[in-house]
Design a protein around this ligand. Structure first.
Ligand code: ZN
Length: 286
């Protein structure tokens, strides 16, 4: 489809990128086509040049009402996707891609070499929740009907699922069980640390944020990521102490760090470990 009415002013190409938390690679992406935990990079390019068609790259152009820039996204699932503002002249796309060809090639290569979420270890035979010090054996049973179900008894988890159940529904089942488990486990620990530190919270919630391990709201809600279950226990404790310290300082000021260092003298080390903690998460956990 060719559209007219392209903007005459210099184009600003917004290139968003994310760091894949399993490989540490910088990859472009966003929303449902990304791997999360991100940084973004703004690249301005107002250069003019001949339109050269790119060979060997399949791409989709998607018009978005909300888009104000041209965004390139590369992901395993979607390949190369070009998101353009409504009414954008599609003839300009090849030129944009050409100007970014090295970068695109690089990203596509990285994605190719990345392990998939559902590799040879899927579905998991064990779940090791390091932070809770628990390990579960998983058993799978095929059933008729269309219900997929999880039952835990002691250290055994039995999954019953129809033969045609897809991987994503099994992941959802694990995630909801993990959230429940996290809620139970975190409650006791948060209470204990609150008592020890004299720092309070009103309510504990468990979430599955993509970019945060935890947060603390001005209303006193302590929010913790269920994925912390897969991390070493001291990192879970550190995140809780970090968030509780926000009950006194709602910022990351010097006073905040002073308080946190008093509660956890290993704060610098734990923060470094947290920034690499994606490696503890199973690949299927998106
Ligand atoms: Zn903070």
């Amino acid at each position: 489809m060719v559209r007219s009415g392209a903007s005459k002013k210099n184009l600003h190409y917004l290139i968003t990128g994310l760091v894949d938390y399993r490989t540490g690679f910088f990859i472009p992406g966003g929303n449902d086509c990304s791997f999360s935990f991100g940084v973004t990079e703004l690249v301005r390019d107002g250069q003019k040049g001949p339109i050269i068609l790119i060979a060997n790259i399949d791409y989709n152009v998607r018009e978005s009402q909300r888009a104000r820039n041209v965004t390139l996204k590369v992901s395993r699932r979607c390949g190369l996707e070009v998101v353009v503002p409504e009414g954008f002249d599609h003839q300009l796309v090849p030129k944009i891609l050409t100007s970014r060809q090295d970068w695109i090639d690089d990203q596509l290569r990285r994605i190719e070499s990345m392990p998939g979420r559902f590799d040879e270890n899927w579905p998991p035979k064990q779940l090791y929740l390091q932070a809770a010090g628990t390990e579960f054996e998983l058993m799978y049973r095929e059933v008729s009907g269309n219900r997929i179900n999880l039952e835990q008894e002691g250290s055994r988890i039995e999954i019953s699922q129809p033969a045609e159940a897809d991987d994503e529904s099994l992941v959802s089942l694990f995630v909801s069980w993990l959230k429940d488990y996290a809620k139970q486990h975190y409650a006791g620990l948060a209470e204990e640390l609150s008592e020890e530190s004299g720092l309070n919270y009103k309510k504990l919630v468990v979430r599955g944020q993509k970019t945060r391990w935890g947060s603390y709201s001005s209303r006193g809600t302590l929010s913790l990521n269920y994925k912390l279950l897969f991390l070493p226990e001291q990192l879970l404790r550190h995140v809780i102490l970090h968030e509780l310290s926000h009950s006194v300082h709602m910022n990351h000021s010097e006073k905040f760090w002073h308080l946190l260092n008093q509660l956890d003298p290993d704060t610098p080390m734990h923060d470094t470990q947290l920034s690499q903690a994606w490696k503890y998460l199973p690949p299927w956990l998106d």
